[in-house]
Design a binder for this molecule. Structure first.
Ligand SMILES: Nc1ncnc2c1ncn2[C@@H]1O[C@H](COP(=O)(O)OP(=O)(O)OP(=O)(O)O)[C@@H](O)[C@H]1O
Length: 493
């Protein structure tokens, strides 16, 4: 992606400055503080936001103003595109119409993203609560919410321990989840599960929630955004106290997508709830797309409280787990389509090539079912290759994570990860840090501001400077160019 970053970011800074002046600090921070410029090229400005709600809100309230301000900067701008950063969930394979296997779906409620820093009973907060209510889009009124605090997000009946396939990469997480669900003494509290997209966090959490609920205990399963929404709504309905008290009577609280818990006051409230539940020997389970130490938007106290229980990562599935997930899915499909057969060689082929997540495997299998049922053609290797072509091709490049880059670079240059993230300016640290930021830019889809945040909260201009510097040096220095290639190969392996 060729990005006109220098001029783009200058324009963007000026656009933001004007917006801030027009809207005032509060409103600006509510909606624009976490909007990042991804790209400005060929008349299109691409901005990214962390949630779907924010995207909708900006599109419906500020699109014209944004366009006007951008046009004031460069008159060739004709399009503003907003994408959701948090939704870097991999491609979802379209579900077969008749296959009867539900599409890989997230049984979570609509995203809600008011910024709640410094929240008090003022118009900005009320606007946020109204926005939150509107975003829910289900006709739920604040008072209904107040009445039914305990009603969390719906559980998907598919997500049980019986349908969860165990492997090396998820064995520890599964064991911990089972232990928590067994209802014995509270041992791991909070249990914190982390993994990148589609690796089964939600599945496991809901399996625990369903089991504990079936035993008659009080369970609340919420996404972090849902938690924010409930809290804002309760404040607005002046039922915050009841909300807090009700939360503290829960036996098991599960918070999914923790990376989206934003806002100082919400985090404080969450921290109080966490402390109260843990101190009262009630179980808390949290899931996020990264480890607590990587959740840089979180308040230090929340982060340390979250790290204080058991933190377990779920890693990418190996071949044997992928193969077993596929076999289990075939078994499920056969309940609806008894004549559905997939030769072992085709399952091997899919497991070898669709490598990223359970969600992709599920999508791949849905496609085979659809083809088979709609065309009455048996499933063969050729048919699978054709049907899954794009999925296989797009899953080929390995997704490199910033933490992998930090790990490999710090090992290669014999510095610590803390050095890379620190403010230290010694040459032996500055160069590896710049190389790591450069690799993060060229090997991951992360934006410059996000990379900056992941490298000790640096400004995006620092990242841009690092990228340029390394590019320039590599052009002049063949040894460095080769070293970069070596690092890339290590990361791609
Ligand atoms: N080990 C597994 N056994 C069976 N199914 C699995 C397994 N891992 C993932 N899946 C399936 O893959 C799909 C995606 O899983 P899930 O929604 O739990 O992922 P996630 O880690 O919560 O991802 P996200 O961060 O996108 O929410 C689900 O349909 C789930 O059932």
């Amino acid at each position: 992606m060729q990005v006109q970053e220098a001029s783009g970011s200058e324009h963007w800074n000026r656009v933001k400055k004007r917006l801030r002046a027009e809207l005032g600090d509060d409103v600006f921070s509510s909606w624009f503080a976490r909007v990042d410029l991804e790209e400005h090229a060929e008349g299109t400005v691409r901005l990214s936001v962390p949630t779907r709600f924010l995207k909708q809100w900006i599109q419906s309230h500020y699109n014209e103003r944004l366009m006007g301000l951008w046009k004031g900067e460069c008159d060739n701008v004709h399009k503003i595109e907003l994408t959701v950063r948090g939704a870097v969930r991999p491609r979802q394979v379209s579900a077969p119409v008749k296959a009867g296997i539900p599409a890989p779906q997230r049984p979570k409620i609509a995203s809600v993203e008011p910024r709640l820093d410094g929240f008090s009973d003022n118009s900005n907060s009320v606007a946020a609560a109204q926005a939150a209510t509107a975003a829910l889009g289900r006709g739920e009124s604040v008072s209904e919410v107040g009445r039914d605090i305990l009603q969390g997000a719906a559980l998907d009946p598919k997500y049980t321990f019986e349908t969860f396939v165990e492997g090396e990469s998820n064995g520890l997480a599964l064991a911990a989840a089972r232990q928590v669900a067994s209802g014995g003494a509270v041992t791991f509290n909070p249990l914190y599960l982390h993994a990148s997209v589609g690796l089964g966090k939600t599945h496991l959490m809901q399996a625990v929630a369903a089991k504990v609920r079936a035993s008659g205990r009080k369970v609340l399963y919420l996404t972090a955004e849902h938690f924010m929404y409930r809290f804002v709504s309760a404040l607005k309905a002046q039922s915050a106290l009841a909300f807090k008290e009700t939360l503290r009577t829960i036996d098991l609280l599960l918070i999914d997508d923790m990376q989206f818990l934003h806002g100082k006051q919400v985090q404080q409230e969450f921290c109080h709830t966490l402390n109260a539940l843990i101190d009262g020997a009630r179980q808390v389970i949290v899931a996020a797309d990264r480890a607590p130490s990587e959740l840089d938007t979180l308040d230090d106290r929340v982060r340390s409280r979250l790290s204080g229980g058991l933190v377990v990562g779920i890693h990418e599935p190996d071949f044997s787990l992928r193969r077993n997930i596929l076999s289990a899915r075939v078994g499920l499909a056969q309940r609806s389509y008894p004549n559905f057969e997939v030769p072992d060689s085709v399952l091997d082929f899919v497991a070898r090539h669709v490598v990223s997540s359970g969600r992709d495997l599920e999508g791949a299998l849905n496609r085979l079912v659809a083809h088979n049922q709609l065309t009455n053609q048996p499933i063969t290797q050729e048919m699978a290759e054709l049907t899954l072509r794009d999925l296989i091709r797009s899953s080929e490049p390995r997704r490199v994570k910033i933490e992998d880059i930090q790990r490999v670079v710090s090992k290669h240059y014999n510095v610590t990860k803390a050095d890379l993230l620190s403010a230290r300016r010694t040459r032996t640290i500055v160069r590896p840090r710049q190389i790591a930021m450069y690799l993060a830019k060229v090997m991951t889809p992360r934006s410059l501001p996000e990379i900056g945040r992941r490298f000790g909260n640096r400004d995006h201009t620092t990242v841009l400077h690092a990228v340029r510097k390394i590019e320039e040096m590599a052009r002049a220095d063949n040894a460095l160019a080769q070293e970069l290639e070596l690092l890339k190969r290590m990361l791609d392996a």
